[in-house]
Design a protein around this ligand. Structure first.
Ligand SMILES: Nc1ncnc2c1ncn2[C@@H]1O[C@H](COP(=O)(O)OP(=O)(O)OP(=O)(O)O)[C@@H](O)[C@H]1O
Length: 549
């Protein structure tokens, strides 16, 4: 069970402390029941209830109240800590993973698993704590019954074990059905996302709209059938638990007195205890579907973590920037026979970039051209170290880049890819001079749209071209030695495209930066020092200087 695995991942001290207070809460609960039984017996024998007994009752009640509260609070804290630790651990592994690993796992799945599943468990937790307390109470109730009648204890314990075993088997069936609910819910969420993300397309095309809606209705139908199926299994479980309790009490009341002398004296006390067990047993059964759902979700998180571990190969690679990079101030980066292949899930190669050779020198502007799907973006990701080459070498001034030094190497680059992400604040640039940012906003001709306030841009609700300019501001502030632009100018108007090629790129060159830019703008090809062309992943130089076109 994944929930137990989660709990055991905490510090043994905290785990033991939690078990202790939960035990104390269950124990004091049973002592209360015993006291009630005792007082009822005295009343039946017409013995007046003394003040001492009342005080004892109040003391035990106070103890129970405090222990129960402490148990619930500690359990809540303990589990929330474990969930936070799990989130931190998994996100920590995601941030250390290679881009290929993340692409293979799927961004959507990653997000859903980390954000939704853990959240779900966090929200359903109070019910689960209640159910766990019920288990402790059941154990102590049985122990109390042992003090009343050993025979009843043995019979009831045997029955309880059989009952719990059957319950466990049924719970497994429920868990399997829950796995199907999980799949159906994921399909439903994906289907809903088509309505929100493809809203413009469906509002333009009624047939598409209808077809998507029919598909959604089908997905919803399957989800409903599966959830109803789970509900049916849960009803069976709930009925079983109730029937089991009544059968047990029936056994105690009708059958056992037939066989054991003097048993009828204690039977009403045992019945009273059994009735106290109804609440916990019902709580346990009621929590079963939530428990199964949380366990299934947690299973997905653990499986994701294992897949990340496999890709990270142990501790993973560092993500922290070294104080003094050995690659800083580079003169030439050489790519020797670099080759990289995308593979499908079954390992079949789908596209190969390379082998290619080229050298990127400090302070030069290189343009990369090629048709759609020729491998320009793939080459850019290989150049900046987001992909590690399958073959070949990358050398910085003769020093090979290895797995260990790859992060140091990446720190040379700032890149803006077509699917760039605009962060809500300038992460990593917390001490930036706001006047500098404001000046750059003005230079990007965004002064009437955006302000820099409290470490963030006032708005990111901009056109794609304007958003790319904001991304460029962040890249310029990073002040790295190499700039990669993957079709950056494609979304700019004619005026700003000109600013980019005629002012911004030459400015970077003047500052000694190297630039590698993917471009289709043949009007500006004379702006580069060298142009490289890609065709089916193979790279070749075109001319060797300005005006090569
Ligand atoms: N993450 C990926 N997984 C598998 N294959 C990929 C992936 N990204 C790209 N490819 C494949 O690699 C090939 C080259 O893609 P790439 O994006 O590098 O080309 P491109 O020249 O940048 O194309 P475009 O000009 O259309 O942006 C394509 O056939 C594409 O299907």
């Amino acid at each position: 069970m994944y929930i137990l695995r989660l709990l055991q991942s905490g510090s043994p001290q905290a785990y033991r402390g939690l078990l202790l207070v939960t035990c104390l809460s269950g124990l004091s609960n049973v002592v209360l029941i015993a006291l009630i039984n005792h007082v009822a017996e005295q009343a039946e024998q017409q013995v007046p209830v003394g003040l001492q007994m009342l005080l004892l009752y109040l003391c035990v009640f106070a103890f129970y109240y405090v222990a129960d509260r402490a148990s619930l609070r500690q359990a809540n804290q303990f589990v929330q800590h474990r969930l936070s630790a799990l989130r931190l651990r998994v996100v920590g592994k995601i941030r250390r993973a290679d881009l290929r690993a993340i692409e293979n796992l799927g961004h959507g799945d990653l997000y859903a698993t980390v954000a939704q599943e853990i959240n779900h468990l966090s929200q359903s937790f109070p019910l689960l704590v209640n159910a766990a307390q019920g288990v402790f109470l059941l154990i102590f109730c049985l122990l109390y019954i042992a003090t009343l009648s050993l025979v009843s204890f043995l019979v009831m314990t045997a029955f309880t074990i059989i009952g719990l075993y059957i319950f466990w088997l049924r719970r497994k069936v429920l868990a399997e059905a829950m796995e199907e609910v999980y799949v159906c819910e994921a399909a439903m969420l994906e289907s809903v996302s088509h309505f929100t993300e493809g809203f413009q397309e469906i509002r333009l095309n009624a047939d598409k709209n209808d077809s998507l809606f029919r598909h959604f209705a089908g997905v919803l139908d399957r989800l409903e059938t599966t959830v109803i199926g789970v509900g049916g299994k849960w009803v069976v479980l709930l009925q079983f638990a109730n029937a089991f309790l009544y059968a047990l009490v029936g056994l105690v009341v009708f059958i056992l007195p037939m066989f054991f002398e003097g048993y009828s004296d204690t039977v009403y006390k045992i019945v009273a205890v059994s009735i106290f067990c109804v609440g916990p047993v019902t709580g346990l059964t009621a929590a079963a579907p939530i428990f199964s759902k949380a366990d299934v979700g947690l299973g997905h998180v653990f499986r994701l973590e294992r897949r990340l571990d496999n890709r990270l190969g142990g501790a993973g690679h560092a993500v922290t920037a070294p104080e003094e990079s050995r690659f800083r101030g580079f003169r030439t980066i050489s790519f020797e026979a670099v080759r990289f292949t995308y593979r499908g899930p079954d390992g079949t190669p789908s596209f190969t970039s390379g082998p290619w050779d080229f050298a990127l020198r400090h302070g030069e502007i290189v343009f990369l051209t090629g048709g759609n799907g020729s491998g320009k973006s793939t080459a850019m990701k290989l150049v900046c170290g987001l992909y590690a080459p399958d073959d070949g070498r990358i050398l910085v001034d003769g020093v090979p880049v290895t797995d260990e030094s790859r992060q140091e190497y990446r720190e040379l680059f700032s890149a803006i890819f077509p699917d760039f992400h605009l962060f809500d604040r300038l992460h990593g640039l917390e001490d930036v001079d706001p006047d500098r940012v404001t000046a750059l906003i003005a230079r990007m001709e965004l002064a009437d749209k955006v302000r820099f306030e409290n470490g963030r841009f006032s708005s990111t609700e901009l056109s794609t071209g304007q958003r790319k300019r904001l991304a460029l501001i962040a890249a310029l502030l990073e002040d790295r030695e190499i700039y990669l632009f993957d079709e950056w100018a494609a979304d700019q108007d004619a005026h700003f495209r000109d600013v980019f090629y005629s002012e911004l790129l030459p400015d970077l060159k003047r500052r000694g930066k190297a630039v590698l830019a993917v471009t289709h703008d043949d009007r500006y090809w004379h702006r580069c020092d060298r142009r490289l062309h890609l065709d089916l992943g193979k790279m070749s130089p075109v001319g060797d200087g300005m005006g090569d076109s």
